[in-house]
Design a protein around this ligand. Sequence first.
Ligand code: GLP
Length: 244
Amino acid sequence: MGVKVIVVKDYAELSKKAALFVVEEITKKPDLVLGLATGNTPLGMYQELVRLFQKGKVDFSKVVTFNLDEYVGLSPEDKNSYHYYMFENFFKHINIPPENIHIPNGIADDIEEECRSYDEEILKYERIDLQILGIGINGHIGFNEPGDELITSTHVTELSEETRKANSKFFENPDEVPRFAITMGLGTIMKARKILLLASGREKAKIIAEFLGEESVSTKVPASFLLIHPDVTCIIDEEAAQLI
Ligand code: GLP
């Protein structure tokens, strides 16, 4: 038990270390079930992974991926969708077979059914081997927002104003940020064999210090649940670590 914290100098180093961490897991288990995150933080890691793939250091042909979340109402072609993000930044540059890629469908006719079948698909592999996480400034992981309760399985969630504001940087108009998202639940995340959380920049310093300093788990800080997971590594840069 206990979160392993690795502090690195800057974002470039964080990205390299995170990519090597992933490559090591794939080397040990070529059919790794890999949980993936979006947002700004893992972008550098994806670039590094593509670079390592191009140099022949890693093979994604047997890797299976499950993304954490997707906005409700955005089609895979929408530039702000997490589908688009994943293909542009990662999948189209590596040799992963398309059928091994899983991302919730934000425009499914029956969203509840989409959530159910997403979990069923994960269960076929039993659980995720390595889950990559970022962290929201309010402590959310995936899109599991702070609240009175946290939901265990994949579900539709209403985004907090804070999260919509933080994510509006990707949208031309802040009003375009969807109000709802599909997210993997906290149960699925906690069931992952290994978790790698990445945080960079001073805007993450407060929440990193808060969650690592928690003595109890709280639904008000979803990331605090990571404290009771048996195998969590956090790679954070100096700016994000400055209040620890
Ligand atoms: C988003 C995503 C999360 C991500 C987090 C932090 O809302 N749903 O998966 O980890 O917010 O994003 P960023 O890395 O851009 O700070």
